[in-house]
Design a protein around this ligand. Sequence first.
Ligand SMILES: Cc1cc2nc3c(=O)[nH]c(=O)nc-3n(C[C@H](O)[C@H](O)[C@H](O)COP(=O)(O)OP(=O)(O)OC[C@H]3O[C@@H](n4cnc5c(N)ncnc54)[C@H](O)[C@@H]3O)c2cc1C
Length: 418
Amino acid sequence: MADISQVFDVLVVGAGPAGMAAAWAAASAGASVGVVDDNPSPGGQIWRSEAAHPSTPEAVEWYRRISRVKIAFIHGAKVVDHPAEGMLLAETWDGVSEIRYRKLILATGARERFLPFPGWTLPNVMGAGGLQALAKSGLPVEGKRVVVAGSGPLLLAVAAYLKKHGAQVLFIAEQAPGQRLAWFAAALLGRPAKAMQAIRLKRELAGIPYLTSCWPVAAEGEGKLERVTLRRGKKTWRVACDYLACGFHLAPNTELAELLGCALENGCVRVDQWQQTSREAVYCAGEPTGIGGLELSLTEGQIAGFAATERKDRATALFGERESNQRFARRLDRTFALREELKSLAAPDTIVCRCEDVPLARLRGYDSWRAAKLETRCGMGPCQGRVSGAATEILFGWRAESVGPPVFPASGEALAME
Ligand SMILES: Cc1cc2nc3c(=O)[nH]c(=O)nc-3n(C[C@H](O)[C@H](O)[C@H](O)COP(=O)(O)OP(=O)(O)OC[C@H]3O[C@@H](n4cnc5c(N)ncnc54)[C@H](O)[C@@H]3O)c2cc1C
């Protein structure tokens, strides 16, 4: 592991594209830079396991850039708390470490958003990105019948990956209406790189039905998933399958920012033009500031890295690129906005908080996340509300009012050091 006894000029949390770009920018401006991430290598969600063999020109370029500057990567370390100003607490397999910094850049990414429907907790019903991550780590999917469902461009990337690795992808069920997707596709024409990506995906997904205005209403099976019921308009039908890969777009990981006292706006970390949060010396880049995709994460990361090292000239030069990527992000939001019908998928006995076994019926009657949490323990299990919090926000409009340490489940040793 990197030497963490020093005080880093800039510490980056998260080694996804935003964190890699931030670290590169700060290091190339001459700062001492540390990057802490809970995975074994840099890359985040999109480039997971690609450090040795990057698969796209963009990935090749960014791994090359970070290899040419001095960055202390602290891998396999999960930041769980900030016990004092200028210090974070990170848990590794070996124990707990204090990491010190002068400036902090949060690049903690996003997670999939799940919505409860009957059977969603059955084995082999998985997050779309979750199944992809398992396949990347060696889960054999060859010959498996997979339904990919939910919302967002991630479904397409996952379906293409699974197909390439021998899975039989039966359907992609996208809840967004076709008309909105057509507008989205038309807007891609003004963005050549995205348009090329879309054309490549379309080719890779040839032969797989892409059903718009379609979503899963139930998953069934004896002990594990055997079939999924899909709905499209007035029609519902069952599909026999081995896996349901299901996620309803993404939710930003804002917990660490909230713990540090950074203000949120519309559920995302609020930043100024320099990617600085409401806390001085704390910057934020990538998905926590709004779900925007790879290019926006890379641009925001660089701006944060340059701004944190007083290279504001280089940060300013990227403002135009950021604005263009933000326009795309706003379009993404509008296109994949969740429809009202999804709020009534869960039955009274459908589990909403799977850590604490809390069904929907027990949550009705409360008027806030806090009240429901105190009375039912919803969101108090190992996922700390990461899954149920995002779901109850959609179902009931609740927002978590405060975040306490640890932001991830932590060992007794870490808790003792808080
Ligand atoms: C499950 C999933 C799969 C995806 N797959 C694809 C895909 O195949 N193709 C595609 O185009 N887009 C994909 N995306 C979207 C993609 O992640 C974004 O478009 C973009 O690349 C995000 O970059 P980022 O750096 O902001 O975040 P991320 O890539 O999410 O990186 C954030 C990093 O921070 C780490 N982290 C967070 N909190 C802590 C903490 N407290 N301590 C230590 N480390 C922490 C995370 O483990 C992660 O490595 C996926 C998203 C998700 C959620």
